[in-house]
Design a protein. Structure first.
Lengths: 143, 105
């Protein structure tokens, strides 16, 4: 039974771990028999959340990122990505399209993409303590 | 990552490869800007045929290329997009700024 299966990863906020994190989640999700489109959406959302930790949570130092995936009933993939970084002072503002505190190499579309590619997205942040991004994606059952 | 580019008349095609994320976005931005500055094409084509993954960092890569091309009053075009990059670019509204062409299967 896939329901109840989970995995937890901990890694430093090095940018080379962005591809590692999205690939690891995609490998874990493979047991749920996702479509290529679902898998692409999940990889993209994970990439955005992990990049946020690397760029914003730990701007000038390395910190720890914790990623937890669980399979819930009804073929739902539940993902939490947590950091103990600087936190987001105004979550609502950060979630607005095109808002970014990054430079010209950032688009400010990270949260917009997570929102449109996942079924649910919750962001909890405590100033100075860290941020948790909790997202779920319900996968279609293929017959 | 590998960059191949070729020029036909006033058209410069830059073929991108691999996964475009935050880890390598700065390199893509820098190399594309340098190529546009060198060749000053009327049309710049970014060929995504061999790009297997794009996240929002890829949007910044395209926006920067668009900026370079509008400075020289040229046109930017994206070709060979597979479904994953296409979804990311459409979700961000990039299709309203640049012509996006799907990969021919």
């Amino acid at each position: 039974m896939k329901f109840g299966n989970y995995m937890i990863l901990e890694f430093p906020s090095k940018s080379c771990n962005e591809s590692f994190a999205r690939s690891a989640v995609a490998c874990f999700a493979a047991q749920m028999d996702p479509t290529l489109e679902e898998l692409g959406d999940i990889r993209t959302a994970v990439s955005e959340a992990v990049t946020n930790c690397i760029v914003h949570a730990y701007p000038n130092k390395l910190g720890t990122i914790i990623l937890r995936c669980r399979i819930l009933k009804d073929n739902v993939l539940d993902i939490v990505i947590k950091d103990k970084g600087v936190g987001i002072p105004d979550v609502e503002k950060a979630r607005r399209p095109s808002f970014t505190t990054g430079g010209t190499d950032r688009s400010g579309m990270g949260f917009t993409i997570m929102e449109s590619f996942m079924t649910t997205l919750e962001v909890t942040s405590i100033d100075g303590k860290g941020t948790a991004v909790h997202m779920r994606r319900k996968l279609q059952r293929r017959t | 990552m590998n960059f191949t580019s070729f020029q036909e008349g006033d058209k410069l095609t830059i073929a991108l490869t691999g996964e475009i994320d935050h880890h390598c976005a700065k390199t893509y931005i820098r190399i594309i800007a340098a190529k546009i500055e060198t060749y000053m094409p009327e049309t710049c084509v970014l060929d995504f045929r061999d790009v297997t993954f794009v996240d929002s960092s890829g949007i910044a890569v395209v926006i920067n290329a668009l900026r370079s091309m509008s400075q020289i009053e040229g046109k930017l075009l994206l070709t060979g997009l597979s479904p994953q990059p296409m979804r990311v670019f459409r979700a961000s509204g990039l299709d309203k700024l640049v012509e996006l062409r799907e990969a021919v299967s």
